[in-house]
Design a protein. Sequence first.
Length: 467
Amino acid sequence: MTTDTFIPAMPPRLSKRLSPIKAILQARRNVIAVWPEEAYFASFLAQKFFLRWLFIANSPRTVRHVLFSNVENYPKSDEMKNALGPLIGNSMLLSDGGTWRRQRRNATPAFHVSRIKQFSETMAATAAEQAERWGQEIDQGGGQIELEMGEQMAQVTAEVICRTMFSSDLGDKAEVIYQSFTEYIDALRQVEFDEFMGLPTWLPKRPRPRARRALARINQVLDAMIHARRGHEDEYQDLLSILLAVPDEDTGGDRPHDEIRDELSVFFFAGHETTANALAWTWYLLSQAPSVEKRFHDEIDRVLEGRQPAYADVARLPYVLSVFEEAMRLYPPIPILTRKARAEDKIAGKTIPAGSFVAVCPWLLHRHRGLWRNPDHFDPDRFYYEKVEPPAGMEPPKPRHKLAYVPFGAGPRTCIGASFARTEAVLILATLGQRYRLRLRPGHPVEPQSRLTLRPRHGLPMTIERR
Ligand code: HEM
């Protein structure tokens, strides 16, 4: 184990269960702050919120049941569709049955390893532009600058998605998108969050015109991309051309514009917001663990010898990848995956009534006391020594259960972009880490907060200095 492992920021751990009312109020603020210590030992959790049950599969066996063996009984819930529908319609993340199968089949070629290899050039080049921008700002700022890392990482990942999947530059619109998406999730009517989390919905509602305005700004950007492509579909082989070429199921003609935009939207948001958060958390963790940061920089310097990283380097940077994997263990970008039981079922001897909410919660699973050693500690070696022979005399890590670690979900609904994201993350971390060292603003409070994705509640203002 690394010498300076530390316990990174997390909400205070409760010693006992909250009363139902307190649990609801806490869940509305931050759902990952609601579980008592005992939840981190449990293999299956059941909580009744007044008339409705919320169950959490919290062991490899129960996760397998929900996401693999009985997956047909656990579709995405209507409530999740209500919360995200205005943004992404009935696109792949939310759809079920034949519609989902068709959408997944259509998009799969865009994620083939040969495509990811091609995309890696754009990923590295986009990261290099970000590095260049930081350099210019540092020169103007007299040696160092402070930037909000969530926003910085969203800028680079949004640009990567647009360039690779839609062959289009986002440029200064990246900031509009970041701000609008943040506004959208902040302004979502609270009732939609409550439904999404399986909470009762009788609590006061917040107005939603802000969400609609944010959505309109996002749609404007996506619409422009679609319009610019119309008539030029054959000139490109990217995801946007694939989506435009798919005929309408009923008429065989062109599909409605909104349907195409929804599909574009899901790749855009699922494809950049998650990776951006994971990267922002990675920089935070590195800034708090000097010996990990040193090994991270040393590997980058040794492997790249000052040149820009390429696809082949991803496999040669196992420590960089392990740091990223450990960041997603501690801060899973999607901290809770919710489903609804279609029919009555039994899990771990417990009856699951039809209509119950059933969730898999990477936040809990990744910190489970029975599945991980020192689960709250930041220790990339638990992933590193799965890839690299441990030094003589060091005990190899115990093999870990595949379903103890599910940042990308699992089963048929697993993330279609997992390889894309891993490649992109290593290339971005290596490009920026080659030139810069990042430091959290001293005394800044860090609190992970679940708002669809796991974001730092007060942001992550970080100082960037040349190495
Ligand atoms: C670190 C980055 C990422 C993380 C942690 C992540 C996580 C996830 C998770 C947990 C799911 C499953 C949700 C569920 O079961 O309810 C999912 C699904 C999905 N992700 Fe990702 N994702 C990442 C990057 C990406 C990228 C880069 C793309 C596309 C470019 C993408 C596109 C999607 C899509 C379309 C789905 C829906 C798949 C389906 O239902 O068949 N994701 N992602």
